[in-house]
Design a protein around this ligand. Sequence first.
Ligand SMILES: [Zn+2]
Length: 415
Amino acid sequence: MPLRAKVASSVSRTAAALSRAAGRGDGSVIGGWIGLKIDPDLLAHLSAGRAIALVSGTNGKTTTTRLTSAAVGVLGRVATNSFGANMPSGHTSALAKAGSTPYAVLEVDEHYLAQVLEATEPHVVALLNLSRDQLDRAKEVAMMAQLWRAALVRHTNVRVVANADDPLVVWAATPPGDPARGINPPHVTWFSAGQRWHDDSWVCPECGSTIQRSGGQWWCTGCPLRRPEPQWVVEDEGVLDPTGAWHKVSLQLPGKVNLGNAATALAVAAEFGVRPVDAVSRLGIVTSVAGRYAQVDKDGRNIRLLLAKNPASWLEAFDMADDAPTLLSINARDPDGLDTSWLYDVDFSPLRGRQVLITGDRAFDLAVRLDVNDVPFQHVRTFGDALRSVPPGRLEVIANYTAFQDIRAELDRVI
Ligand SMILES: [Zn+2]
């Protein structure tokens, strides 16, 4: 590395360590930020010589990054930002901290994909899904898909592993004017992980006609865009690889959505030459990711924490949650997005018949929504009150970002 990059990298590590020592989080954002101030090309310098995978999408990035790191780890040491610092400062800090590693797997905020592609020149990019998120500041999803597509067109040597079930992702991964549009561009590998949320892709991003769906397939009624044939498919409790071999996947993470994340991880690792048969057992070592899916036992209650940040992830959380008492918690602080009108995009009716408790800064927004949705509920002030209000057994907790952090902190106090 050039001298300036070496100095910047060293200062970045020191700043991150100081921040950790001062108890101000893991320091990855501040460390990376300072490093990039000293050398704006630091991320590029730190990326040079590594085989890199980027993982982007609205939901599932953190978990998929963790699973992919585990799978690629078959080959050697992997640098990763698996705690969710997913902007260039976080990537810079993760690579500086890891020292020299042959591989890196980086979670990338979808808004930064173009910039990080440019800086890191990855071997492969995984595109998971696009759906509405943080209505007060995130881009419209169709605009996001356009940005992705424009970025990928500038990097045609990059392998793409993309979700065949999401029309916006398929469109973004397919070069403009490609006659094989929606079929199989040679640099793209398709996986199918299912898609429960359809409300951001009823209209074709190519021609504006309606998209129709039937039996897992989707197609545009006005142009050739349609679901490509996926090479990696979730089937039963495992994953079919492109040769047709089926691999049982035993995860410690719940839900079909995580089997889909596992399929993605195996597909990305295969781009580095990892055989699924070698990687699949390593996926089972991934437990909770930054507290997500964590299970805690307290006073005869088995509490499980599910993070749900936007409408698509709430649907997935309802799918994962057992038919048991459920605590919902909503905040609208800066990291959550300030606008809670998305609550009306979520159908809460799957919760009918369960004991539902609500809490959080914006519990009353949730109360109105549940009332409109005919879901009876009870308001509790604290997590401790919630615990005392439910019988022994499973308590599912579904919370958005800062509400989730609050509950983790409160759990630490009561345990
Ligand atoms: Zn179309």
